[in-house]
Design a protein around this ligand. Structure first.
Ligand SMILES: [Zn+2]
Length: 239
């Protein structure tokens, strides 16, 4: 793991949860045989109707706190989709990839889902968002991803943010901010820039703690392994 990447852990926000077994690029399809991808949460959403969660779950792109007493909520569907993105991030974690997951939704249907596969594919562009964008474009048979929402567990990097602008994504929802490389407001704002020809609505901080804790845990383990290896090398050099 490059040092620069290890250093990034210091910027991620704290706390998160659970791990589950998985397989890379897993993609589920509806049982109706229409070959369209669908997630379990959509069925759950239909059954339970739309619920609301408190403003502590997310903040607007402006970063301003919501005025006290004002009923400002986001719909639970965003939370459900972000949980799907988190599942992807856990897959990356188990595959020893930086744990980032992404989901793309179009008209209530998941049309792209992926996690980082940089090491596995030996491809610096194999970010979760990039792979999900490619899947979504293939599904829509169109390079323009109109009326789509990208859910990413971590703020997108400049490459992924640029790809989202090129794809004309409508909305971006992300969990943990990345103050070292984030291109949705932290370091740069490629996603919502008046200097570019397409602007994407941003919702940031959704399930932030869950997303950030996964990243922190991953890099904590990496640092620990690096330390053990260094100690081992040192003791062997003495002999
Ligand atoms: Zn990226």
């Amino acid at each position: 793991m490059p040092v620069a990447q290890l250093d990034r852990v210091t910027g991620y926000e704290p706390v998160g949860r659970r791990f589950e077994s998985c397989r890379a690029r897993q993609f589920s399809y509806s049982a109706s045989g229409d070959s369209k991808p669908i997630c379990a949460d959509q069925r759950q959403e239909k059954a339970s109707g739309r619920k609301q969660i408190g403003r502590s779950e997310a903040s607007s792109a402006s970063g301003r706190p919501n005025p006290a007493g004002r009923a400002s909520f986001i719909m639970s569907t965003d939370v459900l989709y972000m949980r799907e993105a988190l599942k992807e991030a856990h897959k990356a974690f188990e595959a020893d990839e930086v744990p980032v997951g992404a989901i793309i939704v179009h008209k209530g249907r998941i049309i792209g889902r992926a996690h980082n596969q940089i090491k596995m594919l030996k491809d610096p562009t194999a970010h979760a968002e990039m792979i999900a964008l490619t899947q979504a474009a293939a599904y829509l048979q169109n390079e323009r991803l109109l009326d789509t929402t990208v859910y990413s567990t971590v703020e997108p990097c400049p490459m992924c943010a640029g790809a989202m602008v090129l794809g004309r994504v409508k909305k971006l929802v992300y969990g943990a901010s990345d103050p070292k490389a984030g291109a949705a407001g932290s370091v740069l704002n490629i996603v919502d820039s008046s200097r570019l020809n397409h602007r994407i609505k941003i919702i940031k901080g959704l399930l932030r703690e869950d997303c950030a804790r996964l990243m922190r845990e991953f890099f904590r383990i990496k640092r620990h392994c690096k330390k053990i290896n260094a100690t081992y090398d040192k003791s062997h050099r003495k002999k």
